[in-house]
Design a protein around this ligand. Structure first.
Ligand SMILES: Cc1cc2nc3c(=O)[nH]c(=O)nc-3n(C[C@H](O)[C@H](O)[C@H](O)COP(=O)(O)OP(=O)(O)OC[C@H]3O[C@@H](n4cnc5c(N)ncnc54)[C@H](O)[C@@H]3O)c2cc1C
Length: 304
């Protein structure tokens, strides 16, 4: 029989969103366990930017500090992946991959998103080092350099126009974006962004940073940073386990304080919003923790 531990709240996912909720609930003297599987979404990046007072800190260092702070208030940190969830009379039972069980009155999903990188040679090595998805996170670091945008969706054109804010040397690779509209071409021209036709095959440079973008045709274009919009997915196994409603963009639907469509299941951070940055993910989680604590107080009052 596996060991079962009981908590007020189990938080699945120990990135900054999950740990922010854990800190607030731990300080509210709730019994909290945070289950975390691996590194945060930005683990591949050398530094995290735009996080007030910690700008430039390595991503894993931020997480380590947050773990230490949460542990100070009695939050239990559990390594492992939540793989199944079953409703019980008093809340939820979460099963980890290793077979361990945790019971809780409420669950917060803070499991983030899984990025599906473009299918290019060298993409894995360059991710977060020369291949980026967000100019606000990394634009400053490559300002005034030779930059590129990988055309994959209609919004890739917007990304190129935006990136011009950081550098006058931006090129647009049509890649898999078929039939670039005349209006888009005019806008790119207006902002001095040349359009490079053809499919991108490989990225040269690796973890030290990008050097060039290689096309199917064999041509190589010098490039210090390539921006793209990878598909970002919510873990399908958790969707199956909880049965929560997803929005049209594939993220978990929540109300203004982070309640999902399933009673006793809350969600915070990237899993609810692909555009949430570290600061906003942590901030939203703070609000959710306060709302959840209020619900726990109501439950405690109804059942003294
Ligand atoms: C390359 C890159 C660079 C970025 N740089 C920046 C930046 O400089 N500044 C910035 O503000 N934002 C940056 N971001 C965005 C930032 O990563 C997100 O805003 C942030 O990670 C969201 O926090 P989160 O806690 O919601 O998710 P995450 O940080 O991804 O945390 C989710 C956690 O849940 C765990 N997990 C997943 N599934 C399970 C499971 N089943 N059971 C248990 N645990 C699970 C994961 O291992 C992970 O630790 C970057 C993103 C990328 C992709």
């Amino acid at each position: 029989m596996p060991t079962i531990s009981s908590h007020d709240v189990v938080i699945l996912g120990g990135g900054l969103a999950g740990l922010s909720a854990a800190l607030v609930l731990g300080r509210a003297r709730r019994g909290v366990a945070v289950v975390n599987a691996r590194g945060p979404r930005n683990a591949a990046a050398e530094a995290a930017h735009g996080f007030l007072t910690r700008d430039g800190a390595p991503p894993l260092e931020l997480v380590a500090m947050a773990r230490r702070e949460a542990a100070t208030y009695g939050v239990q940190l559990v390594d492992g992946a939540g793989v199944a969830a079953v409703r019980t009379d008093t809340g939820w039972r979460i099963e980890l991959e290793c077979g361990r069980m945790l019971e809780a009155r409420h669950v917060i999903a803070a499991t983030g998103l899984q990025d599906v990188l473009p299918d290019l040679e060298g993409a894995d090595e360059a991710w977060g080092r020369g291949l980026f998805q967000c100019p606000y996170c990394h634009g400053w670091e490559v300002r005034d350099r030779r930059l590129g945008v990988l055309g994959t969706t209609e919004s890739s054109v917007h990304q190129a126009l935006l990136l011009r804010q950081w550098s006058p040397h931006v090129a647009f690779f049509t890649h898999t974006l078929e039939g670039l509209a005349e209006e888009d071409r005019l806008q790119l021209k207006e902002r001095g962004v040349p359009v490079i036709e053809g499919k991108v095959k490989a990225l040269a440079g690796g973890a030290q940073g990008l050097v060039s973008v290689e096309l199917d045709s064999g041509a190589a274009v010098a490039c210090d940073g390539l921006f793209c919009e990878p598909e970002a997915r919510v873990d399908a196994a958790l969707t199956g386990a909880f049965g929560w409603t997803l929005r049209a963009d594939g993220c978990v639907a929540v109300d203004g304080v982070g309640r999902t469509s399933v009673a006793g299941v809350w969600a915070v951070g990237n899993v609810t919003d692909p555009a949430a940055q570290l600061m906003s993910a942590a901030g939203d989680a703070y609000r959710t923790a306060v709302a959840l604590n209020a619900v726990l107080v109501e439950e405690d009052t109804a059942q003294p």
